[in-house]
Design a protein around this ligand. Structure first.
Ligand code: SF4
Ligand code: SF4
Length: 440
């Protein structure tokens, strides 16, 4: 099959060279972990432990009764020092702080759960739920919820996202090279859980080695197809990936299940395999630490709760004074104002810019060149939505479908006047959603 793609998009420089050939390395054991009780989209967890409690690796330390949520588990064995609001990548969140005893004693619940062949679809979904697995590509949506579409949405296809279209990040690339078997295993578990018999693994063509290795790993699976995707940003965004692989278009305001598709990240598939094979919940992940602001860029296997500061120190520390720290990639990642924050289930990357790289150009007036409209993968008119947002005309911004913006940042990237397009569109989206909530 030829290279597949979507309409619109941009071509930012990749900047993946510093880490794309660097093998995944296990990070040093953290002495203290700060584990947020909300690392997902949905209801935050309530703590199941208190100060002074002894905990083991894989022990559940937070959960709720809410369906749209995911439990959290301890990534070390040791003693709970406090349960308190702490600064995390997404603001102040209730966290469990645990001092490690360095023994890494496993909790009794961490035992193999059987094999896909012998597990029922509901049992697989329950293992995924109990393991606290969420979308590891960045969104953090609870995976068991994604795998439980309502009966009116008949799902017939699963797509695994191996595009990793964000510049700098190489965690998924290395995972595909180093552990393709678990990705296939996890995908097969998802297919059984949902009764789906067709799956694609989409990988951008700037990773030919990953396409080759994943194709080899899937060669005996009749219903799993590895597809090469054109390298273009945001190829890994759900709607764009679905269009590239199936030519199905998710309607405005709709979810992938509206066109019979579920999309998951390759890292999520590997986490599912681990939860079934070993019983280990989601307590660690692969993270790319890179950018000119760090001395030795690496791909590290980090424990959830380890501080950014400790992780950066394991990469030789800062290269001079850091200008900007971003969790995730430069296009959709979240800027951080401190390195005293914990890595979470969705920390796919820690990007450190030098002060020169971090300096924002001064925005100039819009010259109506139309480039932002041309490249918007959601077919929006970013210049107008942004202008309405800047004038507090959020209702008009809504009429221009501001809520369909996938926040990919392509418009800001392409704009020759360096207008703060995404930034202002985000403001409108926030205002529109707040108003909708109030009306409800
Ligand atoms: S308007 Fe939204 S979806 Fe369109 S390019 Fe800008 S950030 Fe991406
Ligand atoms: S790309 Fe920038 S300058 Fe061109 S139309 Fe859009 S906002 Fe205006």
């Amino acid at each position: 099959m030829g290279l597949l793609s979507f309409r619109g998009g941009v071509h930012p420089p990749h900047f993946k060279e510093p880490t794309e050939r660097v093998k995944i390395e296990k990070a040093n054991e953290p002495k203290v972990v700060t584990i947020p009780l909300s690392q997902h989209i949905g209801a935050p967890c309530k703590p199941l432990v208190k100060k002074g409690d002894k905990v083991k690796v894989g022990q559940k330390i937070g959960e709720t009764d809410s369906f749209v949520s995911a439990p959290v588990h301890s990534s070390v064995s040791g003693e709970v020092k406090e349960v308190k609001e702490k600064l995390t990548p997404s603001g102040e969140v209730l966290c469990v702080v645990i001092e490690s005893d360095g023994l890494n004693e496993l909790h009794e619940s961490v035992v193999p759960k059987g094999d896909i062949e012998n597990l029922s679809p509901d049992e697989i979904k329950n293992i995924i739920k109990e393991a606290g697995i969420v979308g590891m590509g960045g969104a953090g949506f609870p995976t068991h919820v994604k795998l439980s579409p309502p009966p009116e949405n008949k799902v017939d296809t699963i797509i695994l996202n191996g595009a990793e279209c964000e510049p700098y990040l190489t965690a998924d690339h290395r995972l595909m090279l180093e552990n393709p078997g678990d990705i296939i295993y996890g995908l097969k578990a998802m297919m059984k859980a949902t009764g789906v018999d067709k799956a694609y693994i989409g990988i951008e063509d700037n990773k030919p080695d990953a396409i080759k290795i994943m194709s080899e790993a899937a060669k005996d699976e009749q219903n799993i197809e590895v597809v090469g995707l054109k390298t273009k940003y945001p190829q890994g965004a759900e709607k764009q990936l679905i269009y590239a692989c199936t030519r199905r278009e998710v309607p405005s305001g709709g979810l992938p299940m509206a066109v019979g598709v579920i999309v998951n990240n390759v890292g999520t598939a590997a986490a599912i395999a681990n939860a079934i094979k070993t019983g280990m919940p989601l307590i660690e992940r692969i993270c790319t630490i890179t950018g000119k602001g760090v001395k030795e860029p690496k791909n590290l296997l980090i424990k959830v709760g380890t501080s950014f500061k400790e992780i950066i120190e394991q990469c030789g520390g800062y290269n001079g004074k850091p200008g900007k720290i971003i969790m995730g990639g430069p296009m959709m990642g979240l800027a951080q104002y401190s390195d005293e924050i914990p890595a979470v289930k969705t920390t796919s990357g820690i990007l450190i810019f030098t002060p020169e790289e971090a300096r924002l150009p001064k925005p100039k007036p819009c010259i109506k060149c139309g480039k932002c409209v041309e490249i918007c993968p959601a077919f929006l008119q970013p210049l107008y939505i942004s202008a309405y947002s800047l004038n507090n005309m959020h209702e008009t911004a809504e009429k221009y479908n501001a809520l369909d913006c996938i926040e990919c940042g392509s418009c800001s990237f392409i704009c020759p006047s360096k207008r703060p397009l995404l930034q202002s569109i985000r403001v409108s989206k926030r205002e529109i959603l707040a108003k909708k909530r109030k009306t409800k």
